[in-house]
Design a protein around this ligand. Sequence first.
Ligand code: SF4
Length: 505
Amino acid sequence: MESFFDSVLQLIVRTSTDLPPDVRAAMKTSLNAEADGTRASQALTIISQNIDLASDSEGAICQDTGMPTFEVHVPLGANQIWMRQQIREAVAEATRRGKLRPNSVDSITGKNSGDNLGPGTPIIHFDQWERREIEIKLILKGGGCENTNAQYALPVELPHLGRADRTLDGVRKCILHAVWNAQGKGCAPGAVGVCVGGDRTSGYLHAKEQLFRTLDDVNPDERLRELEASIMSTANNLDIGTMGFGGRVTLIGCKVGALNRLPASFFVSVAYDCWAFRRLGVLLDASSGSITKWLYRDPATPIIPMLDQAGFVRTGREIALEAPLSDADVRNLKVGDVVLVSGRMFTGRDAVHSHLMKHEPPVDLRGSVLYHCGPVVVKEGEKWRVTAAGPTTSIREEPYQGDIIKRYGVRAVIGKGGMGAKTLAALKEHGAVYLNAIGGAAQFYARAIKHVDDVSLLEFGTPEAMWHLTVENFPAIVTMDAHGNSLHKDVEATSGERLETLTVV
Ligand code: SF4
């Protein structure tokens, strides 16, 4: 099987850089559904531009290339040990080439393996089948959406929805609760794979397996088909919208499967995937390992660009910000303002925030812009270059952010999904703002980064290090201001009220 390694490498690169046609079509429908000039429409324009940039330049669609999960079907007698080793080596090679971000972290020490290999990563499931060819399907699902997965043990009381019983209506309530709870944190609009039943382990697995179905397929089980349609209709009336900014499209897919369960258990497991729904597959000749067919895409059909016009265009109402920022700069801003940030920006996510709680920062952060981002960075000679740099989910930094703003004088935090009450209070008290960048728009934002000036705390690994960046006209939306206002809080409250009215039986 001399071509097996190359075929797997091609599959990884294509999956990371090019969305499948069904997801592209759903995102195009989403873009067309939102009225021009709305926050959702602006966000979807950036997302669409990002999708085009990624496929044109073969760059990672999102900087979080997720947990590589392979589902492999092999003929009887195939050597699974050898194939597993080849798949692992292809993952390491794709990481070296910057198509996958190093994402495998020792859970005890926090050390990044650097090549996406380690206990449990990548995930590879083998199954035998009676066909003579090999099928490999791959999904790359990032941490932001993985963190919004949910599992319910019925019966359960749910906010805004009341009691979910052990019925299909109870299942419906659980799925809607998961979508509502995700808000923009999983980079909406997203898709959910659901398993009704199973045990805690098989339920989550089967839920994720549903994400291998195309968005436009039809569930052969009429009861589940109706459930899927009902979820789509209700979810898309919640007004959560793209990135949780409000809008008509919250969900691009709902796929439900069912497994038998123990009489005493009734689990509903929900796997949430973001708009950067990276899933592809190949069929391989079992003697050579060469690709005989792509799944989900037809290479003979040219890719139709998402945008048939210019991408993000300025309206003239954008506010230019030049870092470092002053108290007056940020107090002039209010929720809904679109800003274009230029100057110096520092990245910082989980490891940096935890570090700053116990140590002085490696740089002066007064007036600074702190970007919640774990970029994909490649070293070229002595220089670093950022190849993908979208925002990460900010809520993880909620326990630290208020203290860091207070202690070190940070004036703007950029991330996605919004932050909580403690940060909102700190923004008001110390004069700072939260800026929501468009989650997953890694290629788009990489192009706003003009220079990597330096790096601190590289011992945390490239995604977790503090990168010193020069940016130019980096667009973001003020979603939490220095006057106590939060778009996230408002959308969560109004969508919760809608959930109550829409699900009254
Ligand atoms: S699009 Fe958002 S949720 Fe999806 S992988 Fe990227 S950052 Fe994570």
